[in-house]
Design a protein around this ligand. Structure first.
Ligand code: 13P
Ligand code: SF4
Length: 382
């Protein structure tokens, strides 16, 4: 890895008050969390949302990290709960006129880029992502311009403008395979923004990668030393890790993968106990997929901690039943992406989706059903 030539990137402090108006930092996000409705209010809101989805010819596309009530509603109403690759595919292929994306901003933008003729709504347009915030388009563009010989690969967790500067977009479920293929073709990579995912892919593929130094505020908090101690207490547990986590955590994983891949691993691995290093929103689906198994949250605090994190994304938490009902009722919070940027950003996204489709048909043709569907987890020690 070319860590000696890492660019000097402006550090983004997510909680600075001067960011108000420009972006929604973690402090503002937590302060704006939707109130938890009572059980009776939940039932009424869900009923209202189901009726509005039908009336508006809309479908709900949710991420695994949002509130369990929203996940259930998406499943029950014919929508989907998925990782970011599947969310993109589902929204593109669904005939609904309106997509309601319960997740974070880049997911709504990707949906709009892939379906420019559909209306894309989000419960809160300020639900963003520290990776997106930490990779401003102008600075990223200057970084790319300084390395014109490199193939630009960006993670899905970026703005449309950053995607518009890229050759490829990847998600955590397919980034490794795409970079491995580019490396086979002799390409040198410029990668942004997640440094942990970039480092993991670099180590697995041996590709020549220049890394932007972004990170996820949630996954960056998982602690390698504390995880080692927890494993001593649970020697039979398998360790499931999202690759946005630091290398010391990834190194202890039995499975490294996207959210969908981690859920699949929880279901299929022959173990009854799992330690999970990703946003705790995922536990709702994991428990539903494997009800007899026991899931333990990976440590974010302890002797090696610098702060105590709750392992939950503050921006994902901005999605609630009440603001979802409101946007469906009034058509608020529509995502718009400037046409020129959208057209350019679509190229790297389509490349990824075409690659994913080819990979899926190759796997099916080979009859290797263990790698079929969306289940491409990197099983084995990282
Ligand atoms: P997945 O693509 O694995 O769902 O990850 C998205 C994300 O934001 C994880 O923090
Ligand atoms: Fe971004 Fe991290 Fe939240 Fe995912 S969990 S949306 S990477 S801040």
């Amino acid at each position: 890895m070319h860590s000696s030539s890492l660019p000097a990137i402006k550090a983004v402090d997510f909680d600075q008050p001067q960011m108000q108006g420009a972006v929604c930092g973690t402090g503002q996000a937590w302060a704006r969390l939707p109130a938890t409705p009572t059980a009776a209010e939940q039932r009424a809101l869900k009923e209202r949302i189901r009726a509005l989805l039908v009336r508006q010819q809309a479908v709900l596309v949710a991420h695994y990290y949002v509130d369990a009530q929203l996940q259930e509603l998406a499943d029950e109403s014919g929508g989907c709960v998925a990782d970011s690759l599947e969310m993109a595919r589902f929204g593109r292929d669904h005939p609904a006129r309106t997509l309601v994306v319960a997740g974070v901003r880049f997911m709504g933008e990707t949906a709009k880029i892939l379906s420019p003729d559909k209306r894309v709504l989000m419960p809160d347009l300020d639900a963003t992502c520290s990776l997106d915030l930490g990779c401003p388009a102008d600075e990223f563009s200057a970084f790319c311009a300084a390395h014109p010989e490199r193939t630009v690969v960006v993670y899905a967790n970026t703005s449309a403008a950053v995607k518009a500067r890229a050759d490829w977009m990847v998600t955590s479920s397919i980034g490794l395979d795409i970079v491995a293929e580019l490396h086979r073709q002799g390409k040198k990579i410029l990668w942004a923004p997640d440094r942990h995912l970039g480092q993991y892919i670099q180590q697995k593929t041996g590709a020549d990668m220049l890394l932007w130094q972004g990170s996820c505020v949630v996954h960056d908090e998982f602690k390698g030393v504390e995880l080692e101690l927890l494993r001593v207490e649970h020697p039979q547990a398998k360790i499931l890790v999202h690759p946005e986590s630091p290398a010391a955590v990834v190194a202890q994983a039995d499975v490294v993968g996207s959210t969908t891949q981690l859920i699949a691993a929880a279901q299929t691995l022959d173990a009854t106990e799992f330690i999970v290093a990703t946003d705790l929103g995922i536990l709702h689906k994991m428990r539903a997929a494997a009800p007899t198994k026991h899931f333990i949250a990976a440590p974010t605090a302890g002797h090696s901690a610098t702060c105590k994190s709750c392992a939950h994304c503050p921006w994902m938490a901005m999605n609630g039943l009440a603001n979802l009902a409101d946007v469906l009722e009034h058509g608020h919070n529509e995502i718009h992406v400037e046409a020129e940027i959208a057209a350019r950003a679509r190229l790297p996204i389509d490349r990824m989706l075409d690659f994913a489709a080819r990979r899926q048909s190759n796997v099916r043709a080979s009859g290797d059903l263990a790698r079929d569907g969306a289940l491409f987890a990197q099983v084995g020690p990282a």
